[in-house]
Design a binder for this molecule. Structure first.
Ligand SMILES: Nc1ncnc2c1ncn2[C@@H]1O[C@H](COP(=O)(O)OP(=O)(O)OP(=O)(O)O)[C@@H](O)[C@H]1O
Ligand SMILES: [Mg+2]
Length: 268
């Protein structure tokens, strides 16, 4: 099979989830000056589904994430959230639509502790008569609950996050996204630069997001992660969606061929 001539595009009648997609991109295109970053890309994400977005450098993955995070706007095409047309004009609009993104840098404040990071910019304040003091105990209680819901283990909620492991930091960044109970969670390279056991921890976290019925989009260059976690894999090449596979419906070399445009080795 050559992926170019026979893309394995999903068939909605093909035993997949029948619910309304949480997130849907229809023929979305985006240019930066003369550069075609995305060309008529379709993508659907259903509740309780992990979709991996893969592709070589420059394929358009980050651009797609920016569009659904409200950081950039598409030139043409449509983004739908729970079946409704959505205008994601700003990160705030995307968050209000129930889409939260964990960018690769995690944007944690190293000198602050887990609770402070979880509520950064969304602190819980007391009433006006109390001077609207930040309610630490309310936030700690909610922090414990959200950390527990993903089984993120921290020895103390009061340690500056700089002292935590990469896996724990990723866990806090994911939990911060969950404070607003988003329907869709997008993770950009969540396991890059993690050791084996921490990588396992983060893949477990992603599995729990799925169990919670959220839609998850994971960008990854790590094909082991993709095989392990993704219910569907969408392959971008030079801004175009060139293939889509279901779990178990592809070999590693098929995936790499789709990403690079190379022909599959005949001895595979
Ligand atoms: N702000 C921008 N201005 C100009 N060109 C851009 C801009 N952002 C992205 N591009 C171009 O759009 C194309 C897609 O880039 P994008 O960052 O989405 O790729 P990617 O798949 O995330 O790659 P990588 O794996 O390297 O992160 C590239 O050719 C890139 O140079
Ligand atoms: Mg990128």
């Amino acid at each position: 099979m050559t992926v170019d001539s026979e893309p394995q595009l999903s068939d909605p009648s093909d035993g997949g989830p029948h619910s309304t997609p949480l997130l849907e991109l229809r023929k979305v295109s985006k240019h930066f000056g003369g550069v075609r970053a995305l060309h008529e890309v379709d993508l659907t994400v259903h509740p309780g589904e992990v979709v991996a977005l893969v592709g070589d450098n420059g394929a358009g993955k980050s651009t797609l994430v920016k569009l659904v995070s409200g950081v950039e706007r598409p030139d043409t095409g449509e983004i739908r959230v729970r079946g409704q047309h959505a205008r994601l004009d700003s990160p705030r609009a995307a968050a209000e639509a129930g889409i939260r993104t964990i960018f690769q840098d995690l944007s944690l404040c190293d000198n602050l502790d887990a609770v402070q990071n979880l509520f950064l910019g969304q602190e819980r304040h007391g009433p006006v008569w109390s001077g609207r003091r930040v309610r630490r105990h309310v936030m700690e209680e909610q922090a414990r609950r959200v950390l527990e819901s993903l089984s993120v283990k921290l020895r103390s909620l009061n340690t500056p996050v700089v002292a935590l492991s990469g896996g724990q930091r990723q866990g806090i960044a994911i939990c911060r996204a969950l404070i607003s109970d988003p329907a869709v969670v997008i993770l950009d390279e969540p396991t890059a630069a993690l050791g084996v056991s921490q990588r396992g921890e983060v893949l477990d976290l992603i599995g729990r997001l799925r169990e919670q019925g959220r839609g998850v989009v994971v960008i990854s260059h790590d094909m082991r992660d993709v095989r392990q976690i993704a219910d569907r894999v969408v392959v971008l090449r030079l801004g175009t969606r060139v293939a889509e596979y279901r779990r178990g419906g592809y070999t590693p070399s098929e995936l790499v061929s789709a990403m690079t445009g190379a022909h599959e080795p005949s001895d595979d």
